[in-house]
Each structure stands twice: as C-alpha cells, then as structure tokens.
Design a binder for this molecule. Structure first.
Ligand code: NAP
Length: 262
C-alpha cells in the first residue's frame, strides 16, 4: 500500500515580520506568507496604508496585523520585532523588503541622495536583521529573506547608480551574514526581482513601464505575488539547507544577449 502523506501548509503557525509591507512587493509577500498559514506583521511608516493592507489580509482569511516602524531607526525596528512576539508568540521569518528607488543621473547625484538610498536600502536591511535576531535565534527554523533587485547585482540602469550600489550591497551583506548566522540555524537569502507592477514602479511613468515590458521575454511585468512565491520558498522549512543565495524573479529579463533577443 502507498504510504499516506500528511497534507500540510509548511508555514502554518510561523510568525513573519515583513518591512515595507503596506503596498507593492511587501504587501505581496505578506499575502503569500499568510496564504501559506503564517501570522504576518506588516511594518512600514504610513499607518493608514498599513492598517488598510492588514485589514485586507484579515478579510481574506489571513492572520495579519500592522505596526508602524521605520527601518532606518534601530530602536523602532526592535519595537516592531517585540510587537510580533507579543502578538503571535515568536518570530521565525524576517522579510527585509523596504526600499526606495529615486532616480538621478550620475552627474547630478548628490552625496545626500546617495546617503538616503543607502540609509533605507542597506542600513535598513542591517537594522531589520539586528532587531529580529534575538527572536530568530529562539526559532528552530529562523529565516531571513532580503528583497534586493536585478539592478546592481546583475544589471545596470542609467539613473540608478546609487540604487544599484545599495542593492548590490545587500548581496555582499547576506554572504557574510549567512556564515555568521549559521551557528544559530538561521538562513539568509535574497530574491532579485526584475520589474514588478507596484505603486513605486507606476511612479516611474508609463514610458518606463512600456519599455520594460518590451525587454522582458515573458512579455509582462511581474506581480508582487510572483516575488512572494519565491520568498515563501526561502522562508519554508524545506529551504533549510540553502543560505547566502539569490533567486532572480524577472520573467527572463536578464537573459537576452542583444536588443533583438528579447
Ligand atoms: P513601493 O511600492 O514604493 O513600496 C515600498 C514600501 O516600503 C512602502 O510600503 C513604504 O511605506 C516602505 N518604506 C519605505 N521606506 C521605509 C522606511 N524607512 N521604513 C519602513 N518602510 C519603508 O516599492 P516596491 O516596488 O514594492 O519595492 C519594494 C522592494 O522591492 C524595494 O526594496 C525595492 O528596491 C525592491 N524592488 C522593486 C522592484 C519593482 O519593480 N517594483 C524591482 C526590484 C526590486 P512607507 O513609505 O509608508 O514607509
């Protein structure tokens, strides 16, 4: 007789904190993890938007709450991590997703613009990890998933030298973090989205959007859920032997060798 297997949702009962979750990719990650059975704490600054996003997830049958927090402030992120534990009893998964991508040509780029992008994207990742660590160490399957980008680690794009550098910095960070965190059984990996249909991307305008669709072999932009599915794999117990790695989610955008190949 065929042995019976147990039907299970692998994230059932896990607790996840997702930064930048009020909208866009973060909201997609929160939705995907909630659908896999996780309790999710959405963290970003705008309270009204965050509470609305959490309410939508609860209405759809998920277990979700919002906490207002700023990734550039370590104390604020510590409070956010404590809130997750206070509300749901543990913290097993951190999704360090919050990020900004203002555009500026290299010639016009100021030191302040450079610092601002690094403060949110790179230092924000560090603070989110540091704040969550004491609790992730207590989990028997601590998981960190960072949202990086194809821009920087793989590709270049005029206007985003500072952004690309900050996204590449995240990859450098996870490689050493993976080694340091291995003693606690915590894994850290990164997803590298291509162009994903989010509010942030819409702000770049219709021209950018059209140009991007044309350069993607699958001929569509990604959805926040596309990224969420990749994150849910890294966050799962099944991915426990994978750390310090990256997964590109871009519809094949980085593949073409010439402009006509896409
Ligand atoms: P988005 O639509 O602009 O959303 C960004 C989220 O981050 C918002 O919820 C925002 O909320 C939050 N946030 C910004 N600064 C924050 C801070 N200091 N502290 C806490 N939360 C903060 O952006 P997105 O397109 O979803 O991008 C999310 C991530 O994916 C970013 O790391 C981005 O680099 C990466 N990514 C995006 C794409 C894409 O095509 N969309 C492609 C590759 C990589 P508040 O302003 O209320 O805090």
């Amino acid at each position: 007789m065929t042995p019976r297997f147990r039907v299970e949702h692998s994230l059932n009962g896990k607790v996840a904190l997702i930064t930048g979750a009020a909208r866009g990719i973060g909201k997609g990650i929160a939705r995907t993890l909630a659908r896999c059975g996780a309790n999710v704490l959405l963290v970003s600054r705008d309270r009204a938007a965050g509470e609305k996003a959490a309410a939508e997830l609860c209405d759809a049958g998920g277990r979700a709450a919002f906490h207002s927090g700023d990734v550039t402030d370590l104390a604020s992120m510590r409070t956010a991590a404590e809130k997750a534990v206070e509300r749901y009893g543990s913290l097993d998964i951190l999704c360090a997703n919050a990020g900004i991508f203002p555009s500026s040509s290299l010639v016009e780029l100021t030191g302040d613009q450079w610092d601002e992008v690094f403060k949110v994207n790179a230092k924000g990742t560090l603070f989110s990890v540091q704040a969550s660590l004491p609790f992730l160490r207590k989990s028997n399957a601590g998981r960190i998933v960072v949202t990086s980008s194809i821009t920087g680690p793989i590709t270049g794009f005029p206007g985003w030298s500072h952004y690309g550098a900050s996204k590449a910095a995240q990859i450098g960070f996870i490689r050493t973090a993976a080694i340091e965190l291995s003693q606690y059984g915590i894994t850290i990996n990164a997803v590298l989205p291509g162009n994903i249909e989010t509010e942030g991307l819409s702000e770049l305008g219709e021209n950018y959007r059209r140009q991007m669709i044309n350069s993607i072999p699958l001929k569509r932009l990604g959805t926040p859920d596309d990224v969420g599915f990749a994150v849910s794999f890294f966050a799962s117990p099944e991915a426990g032997f994978i750390t310090g790695q990256t997964l590109v989610v871009d519809g094949g955008q980085v593949l073409p060798e010439s402009l006509t190949a896409s």
